[in-house]
Design a protein around this ligand. Structure first.
Ligand code: HEC
Ligand code: HEC
Ligand code: HEC
Ligand code: HEC
Ligand code: HEC
Length: 482
């Protein structure tokens, strides 16, 4: 049999059976969505910036869905018709020949062949563009606007604002890609039917291990050395008296002598830390296992927490990685005191305004019904405060007061999202020990092993405190920094 005859034998049944309403509907759906999609690609090409999220949703996800549905209807129609004919005994033994001498038949076949090639091209391009679109920060951050607003806002103000959400939340490889798309589907339902939790719970239960995300960009064994940290806060007196901490933080890493410092002790190749936490937020950690370079494992048990066996069995058993300390590398929710201190230290809120620290924190802690009300009230109240209590300052330093009002409102808008029940302290930062337990979840001096070792609580194990809460730290003058 020649190739030509072979092809004819295959095409004849398709041609004959293809003339049914379902197949024809499929062809119409496919063609019309294909034309719409192509038209949009041209439009998108000339569009500045990404499309509106809902238009993106339509063009990149819903239209291709209809397109694929149309494609599927074509063989389904053929199959159904064949089954019906067979049941009624009308299936021809020999299919009517396709008469290639008839121009209408020739043209139909040419058209179908051409459409198939075009459809394959569109399907390829649409899947590629769809995936590209779904992986963009603007899709993750703005499509379900209210839901992701807290994470998207903090992300935009962070050192990782140029890193796509998917680099940390999905990472490379097909397995996690499919997993994330399945979980994404569930999330779309949750958003549609308003069944999602407020706030979105943290920690993320199935976050990909940091080794496969953070470590694609950061090299954990790199020796970072000591980090010099100067942190200025302000008292809530009239003069906003400054109090400065100066720390030499021993971040460490790997040296020729082995692993040193904070990074070195938790991340060395041989040594590994595993722990059991008994609350969902991983804030209570009663048991820690430490395996040293020689492979010996020590069990540290908290003498304070006294967990029951049942709690331990129900608890989460987890290998420590970057995210156990850096749980807020990008979604950095601040506390009102720290946020005001930071803006004062950088001069955005002038420390020369009397009582500004006290007043700013006070205004930030009020329970406002909406973000809009908050912004207006904060600005109005702060102006009011200086107009009534410090009329002279209000006259001469009007711009400073105005600027302070705007900055305080901005702090509120960066951190508080009433719709999502995100308020102060909902997402604690584990990197430290002053505002939340952080390092002290294990390093509280009460985690002891059977042979009497303790996970250290020595202040100089992690940092040298060169000044704590001093108005004019001598060390800074000595270093020529003040
Ligand atoms: C630098 C890495 C990184 C990037 C980039 C990133 N995230 Fe996250 N995200 C995290 C980590 C780490 C957590 C907290 C994980 C934990 O504690 O288990 C988190 C938590 C979350 C949570 C859970 C709620 C919370 O605040 O803890 C949501 C929702 C979220 N991210 C959404 C996003 C969105 C949307 C983007 C992009 C706009 C994004 N993330 C970009 C690392 C990242
Ligand atoms: C796609 C690359 C990429 C990934 C993935 C990534 N980071 Fe980063 N990270 C960066 C870049 C770039 C910077 C430097 C930003 C700068 O200097 O402004 C940075 C900075 C940091 C810093 C220093 C922040 C500071 O305040 O200076 C920390 C800590 C950090 N990353 C932790 C993490 C953690 C934890 C993860 C995983 C959850 C992660 N990163 C994932 C690229 C990445
Ligand atoms: C035991 C807690 C802990 C773990 C685990 C940890 N870090 Fe850190 N890391 C710190 C501390 C503390 C600092 C200094 C914080 C600061 O800059 O204020 C730091 C600083 C950093 C910095 C900034 C260094 C610089 O030069 O400014 C980067 C980047 C970083 N870590 C990445 C990582 C990555 C990636 C991982 C996982 C492979 C990781 N860290 C695991 C505690 C930890
Ligand atoms: C999950 C428990 C856990 C958490 C959380 C934790 N650590 Fe550790 N850390 C350990 C264990 C276990 C050791 C090893 C104890 C030993 O040396 O016997 C250790 C060792 C260290 C050491 C070395 C101490 C020495 O003996 O010289 C430093 C420094 C350190 N941690 C800093 C930190 C810092 C900073 C943080 C918070 C950002 C932190 N750790 C959070 C469990 C933890
Ligand atoms: C397990 C490690 C560890 C131990 C032990 C430890 N610290 Fe810290 N400390 C940290 C880290 C990490 C930070 C946060 C640095 C940062 O802001 O990034 C910090 C921050 C501080 C700060 C500055 C707070 C600020 O925001 O300005 C002071 C002060 C301080 N520690 C005092 C102490 C004292 C006093 C002790 C002894 C009781 C102690 N620390 C024990 C890890 C430790």
């Amino acid at each position: 049999m020649t190739l030509r005859e072979n092809l004819r034998d295959r095409l004849q049944p398709i041609y004959f059976l293809g003339q049914n309403p379902i197949t024809l509907t499929g062809a119409v759906l496919t063609t019309s969505t294909a034309l719409t999609t192509i038209a949009f690609w041209f439009y998108d090409f000339f569009l500045p910036g990404p499309p509106h999220p809902y238009i993106g949703l339509l063009v990149y996800l819903i239209l291709p869905g209809v397109f694929v549905l149309g494609l599927l209807l074509i063989p389904i129609g053929i199959w159904l018709r064949r089954r019906n004919l067979r049941h009624s005994g009308q299936l021809p033994v020999v299919y009517p020949a396709i008469d290639l001498r008839l121009p209408v038949v020739r043209r139909t076949l040419e058209w179908v062949g051409f459409a198939t090639v075009v459809n394959l091209l569109i399907l390829g391009t649409a899947s590629y563009r769809g995936v590209q679109y779904m992986d963009s920060a603007s899709f993750c951050g703005t499509t379900c606007h209210t839901v992701m607003a807290p994470e998207y806002t903090t992300y935009q103000n962070s050192p990782h604002s140029r890193v796509e959400c998917v680099e940390c939340h999905i990472g490379p490889g097909a397995g996690w890609f499919v997993r994330s798309k399945l979980s994404g589907l569930r999330q779309v339902f949750a958003v549609t039917f308003h069944t999602y939790s407020r706030p979105i719970p943290s920690p993320v239960k199935y976050l990909r291990p940091a080794r496969e995300t953070c470590e694609q960009c950061h090299w954990p064994q790199r020796f970072t050395g000591d980090k010099f940290l100067v942190n200025t806060g302000y008292k809530d007196d009239e003069k906003n008296t400054p109090q400065t901490d100066v720390l030499l933080l021993k971040v460490g890493g790997r040296t020729w002598q082995g692993s040193v410092g904070i990074h070195g002790h938790h991340l060395a190749d041989g040594a590994r830390i595993r722990y059991i936490s008994t609350d969902v937020e991983r804030q209570t950690i009663p048991v820690v296992y430490y395996t040293d370079d020689q492979g010996k494992t020590t069990e540290f048990i908290s003498t304070d927490a006294k967990p029951t066996q049942q709690q331990l069995d129900k608890g989460e058993n987890r290998v420590m990685d970057c995210v156990d300390c850096h749980n807020r590398p990008t979604h950095v929710f601040e506390l009102p005191e720290n946020a005001v201190d930071k803006q004062m230290a950088s001069g955005h809120i002038s420390p020369e305004l009397p009582f500004i620290k006290k007043k700013a924190v006070e205004l930030l802690k009020v329970n406002y019904p909406t973000r809009d009300v908050a912004r207006q009230s904060i600005v109005a109240e702060l102006n009011n405060f200086y107009r009534t209590n410090y009329a002279q300052i209000y006259q001469t330093r009007r711009t400073l007061v105005q600027q302070a009002g705007d900055e305080v409102a901005a702090i509120y808008l960066r951190n508080i999202f009433p719709d999502m029940h995100v308020t102060w302290g909902v997402h604690p930062n584990n990197l430290g020990h002053n505002d939340s337990p952080g390092c002290f979840r294990c390093h509280d001096g009460s985690h002891t092993s059977a042979d009497g070792q303790t996970i250290t609580n020595d202040c100089s194990a992690c940092h040298e405190v060169l000044a704590a809460g001093e108005q004019n730290p001598k060390v800074l003058t000595d270093l020529g920094m003040k």
